[in-house]
Design a protein around this ligand. Structure first.
Ligand code: CP3
Length: 350
């Protein structure tokens, strides 16, 4: 099988123009997404209906010809699969039934998790049949730390206070939650590869709030365990890690976890990070989603700046975080066209 453009870059080979896909490329900014979403009772219902979830996964590919599809699901399907109440309140973000002790962790339904996550595998199998062979299909899960922050808090929070305090006051109880999430997430990723995903991504969106020692304990170590378990079952599978806000620790996260590629947020200092990398690792990122929302010249400059910052490296063009829900779809088209028309920085013209 010839590798996809994304697969080639993840193997450490530079391609120009780089492959391009966007975090949250499927979602509310697309009218065709809103139309499908209206047919469902709620967001979880959409995730549980593989025919509709596959359709929504394919929407940004059909519209923008992106180089990769990412299965339509959510990182909070894992707590839901463990038996917790999860809901998404419009305009308020997610709500999760709170877990705040080792005893509550012990009551979670580990055995039923794989069955409750099965629709995601079905969605992947359907998308694989529709997606052309030159495009990648990305499976994903949340990093154990980030998923734990939602479980401890019961909602999104700006400071992840509940999880951070629990981890200090009761490291063994919190460690049990992280251990459980690591195991279930690894099983879930393996199931996604078996269903047809050729790339995986681990979203650790709240990694950046932790001090150094806690970053190693709750982000790096659990991620390394997930990666090891997945690689044992699926040798050679390519894995992208997104430790948002890791800053200067990004290189350590990459080296210590064994992932293939690092996804950078828009605040990451690309020049500083590239100096700390060994050879052959791909970097993904890191256009500001708000430059995409703004469009026009700001967007053009952000695209050009991004391509220049990653010049000479195996690079996957993406945002630093998800597409904002108010983004005009034409702006995404403009971004993709500009990447595809780019002239290699430093190349002679004429
Ligand atoms: O296109 C894709 O990227 C694939 C699908 C995807 C979703 N969520 C769909 C979604 C992916 C990869 C995610 C990841 C995710 N989910 C993360 C990690 C990345 C990040 O953004 O930091 C996190 C932290 C979540 C948790 C989550 N899910 C939140 C905080 C919210 C509410 C946000 C909001 O704007 O309301 C969700 C809901 C969600 N997940 C939506 C979508 C399209 C919107 C819900 C809807 O359509 O009603």
């Amino acid at each position: 099988m010839t590798p996809t453009k994304l697969g080639t870059v993840l193997g450490g080979t530079r391609v120009f123009p780089p492959p391009v896909w966007l975090m949250r490329q499927a979602g509310r900014y697309l009218p065709e997404y809103r139309a499908v979403r209206e047919q469902c009772a709620d967001f979880l219902d959409l995730c549980a209906r593989p025919d509709l979830a596959a359709e929504v996964t394919m929407q940004p590919i059909s519209r923008f010809d992106l180089d990769a599809a990412i299965v339509f699901a959510d990182i909070l399907l894992v707590p839901h699969a463990l038996g917790l109440e999860v809901c998404f309140v419009d305009g308020e973000g997610p709500r999760v039934e709170v877990v705040s002790s080792g005893a509550a962790v012990a009551r979670l339904n580990r055995e039923g998790a794989a069955r409750r996550l099965a629709p995601v595998g079905e969605t992947i199998a359907r998308v694989r049949q529709e997606l052309s062979g030159d495009k990648s299909l990305i499976g994903f899960c949340g990093g154990p730390w980030t998923v734990a922050t939602y479980m401890a808090e019961g909602a999104a929070s700006s400071d992840q206070l509940a999880a951070r305090l629990w981890a200090y006051r009761d490291p063994s109880g919190f460690g049990a939650l992280i251990g459980l999430l690591s195991e279930v997430s690894a099983d879930y990723l393996i199931a996604q590869v078996r269903a047809g995903a050729d790339v995986l991504k681990i979203f650790d969106s709240w990694a950046g709030v932790l001090p150094d020692a806690e970053f190693d304990r709750w982000v790096v170590d659990p991620t390394r365990r997930v990666v090891e378990q997945v690689r044992t079952a699926c040798p050679g599978i390519r894995i992208i890690g997104f430790a948002r806000g890791a800053g200067a620790r990004a290189g350590r996260y990459l080296a210590a976890t064994g992932i293939d590629a690092l996804a950078l947020d828009q605040a990451a200092h690309v020049a500083a990070i590239r100096d700390h990398l060994g050879n052959g690792h791909a970097l993904q990122g890191n256009i500001d989603p708000l430059a995409l929302l703004a469009g026009g010249r700001a967007l053009d400059e952000a695209v050009d700046g991004c391509l220049a910052a990653f010049a000479g490296l195996p690079h996957i063009c993406n945002l630093g975080h998800g597409v904002h829900k108010d983004t005009p779809p034409e702006h995404v088209g403009r971004l993709v066209r500009r990447v595809r028309a780019a002239v290699e920085p430093g190349a002679e013209i004429g």
